[in-house]
Design a protein around this ligand. Sequence first.
Ligand SMILES: NC(=O)c1ccc[n+]([C@@H]2O[C@H](COP(=O)([O-])OP(=O)(O)OC[C@H]3O[C@@H](n4cnc5c(N)ncnc54)[C@H](OP(=O)(O)O)[C@@H]3O)[C@@H](O)[C@H]2O)c1
Length: 233
Amino acid sequence: MDFAGKAAIVTGGSTGIGFAIAAHLVHLGVRVMVCARHGTDVESAVARLGGDRTKVMGRSCDVRSLDDVTAMVDAAVNAWGGLDIVINNAGVGHLGSFEDLTVQQWHDTIDTNLTGVFNVCRAALPALKASGGHIVNMGSRSSRNPNPQSIFYTASKFGLLGFSEALALDLRRHGVRVTSILPGIVATEFAGVGVQPWQLIPEDVAKAVADVLSFDARVLPTIVELRPARQPS
Ligand SMILES: NC(=O)c1ccc[n+]([C@@H]2O[C@H](COP(=O)([O-])OP(=O)(O)OC[C@H]3O[C@@H](n4cnc5c(N)ncnc54)[C@H](OP(=O)(O)O)[C@@H]3O)[C@@H](O)[C@H]2O)c1
């Protein structure tokens, strides 16, 4: 992909992995819309991304709401004149045993990590079909490895991987590609274990995203798994 002038949406782009992806794409010349729920964090991210509104926009948007998402996608398409890249990165996780986690936490996890991705794909599809665009969905090692301390998160990420793989096979007939990135533990607040030297960093994931977007249009990279090269200590 020739990145210059392309248009992207990064959900959960205010912090952590999403912010690193947005920064990498802006560096490559992509116009980026970042969204997250907390508007002040979004505005701060836009400022840290250079603050040039012709290149970076921000929007408070809750991916759990199809109305919110549709308005956000429409704003990006209207501003940029189209849409080439969608990064479904927004995600939440709740730790605890099955008995300790709440019904509300179940709905929060599934509504954000799974329905949120559905909402964005649904709203962005017409623009992506027009551009022959690319969707990147943020999975996890938990997309394949069950974790008894994050059962709801595991369920959401297994579900997301199934959704992404089936969607990739459906949308390729429209020239739209779908890729899942499955990182191991990445040093962000979300990981919640403090930064360890062996951990991946958000920029590693951002580079992997740019790499899959760079594949020739003939190639559909469906799953990229990233693990720390060093054994956790
Ligand atoms: N860190 C890791 O070890 C790791 C490993 C593998 C995969 N991942 C995945 O990578 C993604 C990003 O994780 P991270 O570590 O960067 O987490 P993070 O620093 O907590 O960032 C999460 C982002 O998602 C946004 N968000 C959460 N709920 C949202 C909603 N309903 N609507 C819109 N935005 C929402 C947050 O902003 P607001 O709170 O303002 O909405 C924030 O911008 C997640 O999908 C996570 O599952 C993380």
